[in-house]
Design a protein around this ligand. Structure first.
Ligand SMILES: NC(=O)c1ccc[n+]([C@@H]2O[C@H](COP(=O)([O-])OP(=O)(O)OC[C@H]3O[C@@H](n4cnc5c(N)ncnc54)[C@H](OP(=O)(O)O)[C@@H]3O)[C@@H](O)[C@H]2O)c1
Length: 329
């Protein structure tokens, strides 16, 4: 295949390029080249998709398949207008943030309600309108494409540092502050598995809307698998929502967060999506222990990003937790 990746200079786009090269395809990436480099063997065509004629360097090129990872409606509309006729398969990487309802467990991509799209004049996404902007992008792409709604993506080269916190933290061992309960749901996908599926979809002409994520697991399983992957010996100290909020521990990501924590029941549906259709359509996922091990190796060897509590913040919180428990005994 001649595959065009609109992106390809970091994380998922780069992993898709790498997987496609491994499968023997001819890979072109189109980006500014600011986020990073494309994998060895891929061709980078530099362009700025925010320019109205930004795709001009691709004029006259033909592709068997295109993968677009953009989050900006303007970029997606221009790409569809310029390139859709010249490629036989189109993948748009979307997100589970398109869904309107995060509370109801067990939802499926083909039936779940979507957020309202952004207003037609909106060109750029921001953090606040990310899900709505992706809905607009999906609409611009149309129904006869492969719409891959990714969930939390984990693995080597993750620029967010949020999954990386856990293998890195468990590797230090000892008492580990963890949020919620062992039964809380979690769901993620290894970047390499998602990339492989996206290449497979292009090869096989898969179309339709799917959630690109692995099976739902409990937080207890998540921690046990991560610990297995990095060969760590830890004691988990389960802190409840009231304690974490009182001590201003943030959710999901960023400084002073316990990464990947989303309080229940507000997010009971976020990490329990039914991914049977994706698995039936060829998505296979590696054991989480492998993702944890490889992410830790990447972090050590390449200085990969980590976000979350610092060691000092966690120690202070553990001391506060034990003091509280002593008072209530
Ligand atoms: N990470 C997660 O957990 C997660 C979860 C759900 C969904 N997703 C989705 O998964 C996808 C992730 O994609 P990704 O990891 O490849 O990274 P990304 O951070 O979304 O990368 C954007 C890509 O587009 C390029 N780009 C940005 N602005 C551009 C411009 N003006 N002109 C040309 N190129 C431009 C960037 O390269 P340059 O900067 O070099 O131009 C980069 O290669 C996104 O669609 C995201 O919404 C991610």
């Amino acid at each position: 295949m001649r595959l065009l990746i609109l992106g390809g200079t970091r994380f998922l786009g780069r992993a898709i390029a790498a997987q496609a090269l491994m499968a023997g395809h001819d890979v072109t990436c189109a980006a500014r080249g600011l986020a990073g480099e494309v994998p060895e063997g891929a061709r980078l065509i530099r362009m700025d998709r925010d320019e109205l004629d930004g795709l001009a360097p691709l004029a006259g090129e033909q592709f068997d398949a295109v993968v677009d990872v953009s989050r900006h409606p303007g970029q997606v509309r221009r790409a569809v207008a310029a390139l859709r006729q010249r490629s036989s398969h189109w993948t748009f990487v979307s997100t589970v943030s398109v869904y309107a309802d995060n509370r109801t467990p067990g939802q499926r991509a083909d039936t779940a309600l979507l957020r309202e799209p952004t207003a037609p004049e909106i060109e750029h996404s921001t953090e606040e309108i990310y899900g709505a902007a992706k809905v607009t992008c999906e609409q611009a792409v149309g129904a006869d494409a492969f719409i891959c709604r990714a969930g939390l993506i984990a693995g080597p080269e993750d620029p967010t540092g949020r999954f990386t916190y856990w293998p890195a933290r468990l590797d230090r061992g000892g008492e580990v502050l963890v949020p919620g309960t062992p039964d809380d749901a979690m769901q993620l996908v290894d970047v390499r598995d998602l990339a492989q599926w996206i290449v497979h979809a292009a090869q096989t002409g898969l179309t339709g809307r799917f959630d690109g994520i692995g099976r739902s697991m409990t937080r207890g399983e998540f921690l046990a698998e991560c610990a297995l992957g990095v060969d760590a010996h830890c004691t988990f100290i389960w802190a409840d929502r009231a304690f974490l909020e009182k001590h201003e521990v943030r959710r999901w990501t960023g400084p002073r967060s316990l990464p990947l924590w989303l309080p229940l029941p507000d997010y009971a549906g976020f990490a329990t999506r039914d991914t049977t259709p994706a698995r039936d359509a060829g998505l296979t996922v590696r054991p989480l222990a492998d993702t944890a091990r490889d992410t830790l190796s990447w972090m050590r060897e390449r200085g990969g990003a980590v976000t979350g509590l610092t060691a000092d913040e966690e120690s202070a919180l553990l001391a506060a937790w034990h003091a509280r428990a002593a008072v209530t005994r």
